[in-house]
Ligand binder design. Structure first.
Ligand code: NDP
Length: 478
């Protein structure tokens, strides 16, 4: 037993993760249900470090130093349970099973509970960065016990991406499902970021009248400013790309129906359960859904509405500058909502998640990495109990400066018939939070009218009901 870590499940993610460990000087035991993949990995990349190829589960387990650390990188869901069932009987108390797949955090909680009874640590780890990240340094979100992090953390810190200041993009998120929960919210924020960028593109195309190449340049310029991020960078690459077959902009030959694997949907489902308004993420999930309803869209093509008339010259450029403001302000709102969900999950499940540490480990390796995350980290470092990112003076000030343009962009979108659900939801959230009075008072009145659901008053403690079908006098219901 010589291997410090083992990886079972050697599709793209598992292979690249195993290679990352090997390249960082760890001896890595490798295993896959179909042994040919194990042999292929060692044949192709054996020279990158020290691999111990294991054909059977027993060989794999025997190859590992104790306490054993074995990473499962198989398809999420039943295959993960099947692999755990196969390995758990071969392990001893104190060993650590790490699930690096995209598991639902409730599954992680269940697995952790079951394995804990047998003395085995189960660590659900969210990994972001795709194939390339797995190989060159992902952002890693480990849950599980503090004890398991003491054993596993140093290895993860070695293979994780490093932020600009050199800090590894990983830290212990909290017990049981905390890591997978935070990874889920990461993906939700990723959906919102992508949708906001898509809406900005749509406006630059149809309202500013810019070509895809010109929009690519615009995104490149934005990427040198406060929007500096991986997603803005790749947006410019995609927009600048020309389709080889037709010579047309690539973005014009791709079918406009966005697909999804489900983590964005989970984020919204869980947010609904926790009662957290993640309206920007929800609109992003629904926008993909709308795009995919081909028959519905075809049947609606003749519906009345304005046709966008593009601006030109200085007017177009001035509008583009306003879109940057709208994008930035909406992005602040998305992160505000995402961090609210992390806080709510942490409270519900008693995880003690440090939001500043989450912002810190998203600074490198993951899909939503952005210069902006340094600012979020600083906001939480200055005030760990910050009730909302919008209550940070820095962000509030930036939104205050952006809001006139943000509103102007929405007005233009509405006038010209361009759908901007995520921009609109973000502004509505902002305005709702700052409203002195919300029409929720009327909603409470209606609920009391039809269902005797009672209401509270602004001027007195207690709960009340009006006898709507009687003499309309008020009774105390305490
Ligand atoms: P896949 O999700 O395609 O899974 C393929 C692997 O699962 C193969 O090694 C396969 O073995 C194994 N497997 C499937 N069913 C079983 C089973 N019943 N018993 C044993 N092994 C089984 O691989 P990826 O590398 O794409 O992803 C791995 C995990 O990482 C997934 O949970 C994914 O969601 C997650 N992830 C993926 C990212 C990505 O960018 N792709 C990013 C972050 C996380 P065999 O070769 O024998 O078929």
């Amino acid at each position: 037993s010589t291997a410090q870590i083992g990886v079972t499940g050697l599709a793209v993610m598992g292979s690249n993760l195993a290679r990352n460990f090997a390249r960082n000087g760890f001896t890595v035991a490798v295993h896959n249900r179909t042994a040919a993949k194990t042999r292929a990995l060692v044949a192709e990349h054996g020279d990158e470090g020290t691999f111990v190829a294991a054909e059977s589960a027993k060989e794999f387990v025997d190859a590992l130093e104790r306490p054993r650390r074995l990473i499962v990188m198989v398809k999420a869901g039943e295959p993960t349970d099947a692999v755990i069932d196969e390995f758990a009987p071969l392990l001893e108390p104190g060993d650590v099973i790490i699930d690096g797949g995209n598991a639902h955090f409730e599954d992680t909680r269940r697995r952790e509970r079951q394995l804990r009874e047998r003395g085995i640590h189960f660590v659900g780890v969210g990994i972001s960065g795709g194939e390339e990240g797995a190989l060159l340094g992902p952002s890693i979100m480990p849950g599980g016990s503090a004890e398991s992090y003491a054993s596993l953390g140093p290895l993860l810190e070695k293979i994780a991406a490093k932020a600009a200041d050199g800090t590894p993009c990983t830290s212990h998120i909290g017990p049981d499902g905390a890591g997978h929960f935070v990874k889920m919210v990461h993906n939700g924020i990723e959906y919102a970021d992508m949708q906001l960028i898509a809406e900005a593109y749509h406006l630059l195309r149809d309202v500013a009248g810019y070509s895809p190449a010109r929009i690519a340049e615009t995104f490149r310029a934005w990427n040198r400013g406060r929007l500096d991020s991986y997603l803005i960078e790749i947006t410019a690459e995609v927009l600048a790309h020309t389709d080889a077959a037709t010579g047309r902009p690539f973005v014009d030959v791709v079918a406009d129906a966005a697909e999804q694997k489900g983590t964005g949907r989970w984020t919204v489902q869980i947010a609904l359960d926790l009662g957290v308004p993640v309206s920007g993420i929800a609109e992003a999930v629904f926008a993909r859904s709308v795009s995919g309803h081909a028959a519905l869209r075809a049947a609606s093509a003749e519906l009345a509405g304005p046709r966008a008339t593009p601006l030109s010259g200085a007017e177009a450029d001035a509008f583009a500058a306003q879109v940057e403001q709208a994008l930035y302000a909406s992005k602040i709102v998305s992160y505000t909502q995402g961090f609210h969900q992390i806080r709510a999950g942490s409270e519900q499940y008693e995880w003690g998640v440090d939001p500043g540490a989450v912002a810190a480990l998203w600074r490198g390796g993951c899909i939503i990495r952005a210069a902006f995350l340094d600012r979020i980290k600083a906001a939480y470092d200055a005030r760990p109990d910050l009730p909302s990112l919008l209550s940070d003076a820095g962000f509030a000030g930036e939104i205050a400066a952006a809001q006139d343009d943000w509103r102007a962009v929405l007005v233009a979108a509405v006038r010209q018939g361009i759908p901007v659900p995520a921009f609109a939801a973000s502004l509505a959230y902002y305005d709702a939070l700052r409203a002195e009075r919300l029409p929720a008072a009327l909603t409470q009145g209606q609920r009391d009218f039809f269902g005797a659901h009672t209401y509270r008053r602004t001027d007195r403690e207690g709960s009340f009901h009006t006898l709507w079908s009687g003499d309309r006098s008020e009774v105390s219901t305490d």
